[in-house]
Design a protein around this ligand. Structure first.
Ligand code: ZN
Length: 68
């Protein structure tokens, strides 16, 4: 751990991860606040958002009862 590095507890999986170095510099450069989640959780959420943005609808055969 180097000076300026932060230890952050992931709100997702409660793992304490190190946030610092190039990653921290990247976030500061972009004007972003510290991440609340560890890298694996962020990746999972990102993938989840992409799935939500492009939902794959399963085509189902409508089995309708023709009582009329
Ligand atoms: Zn996590």
């Amino acid at each position: 751990m180097q000076e300026g590095d932060d230890l952050i507890e992931c709100v997702g999986c409660k793992v304490v991860f190190l946030f610092g170095g190039g990653e921290k510099a990247f976030f500061e450069e972009k004007g972003l606040s510290e991440p609340k989640r560890c890298a694996p959780c962020r990746r999972t959420r990102k993938e989840g958002r992409q799935r939500a943005a492009n939902p794959v609808y399963e085509e189902r055969d409508e089995v309708g009862d023709c009582d009329m």
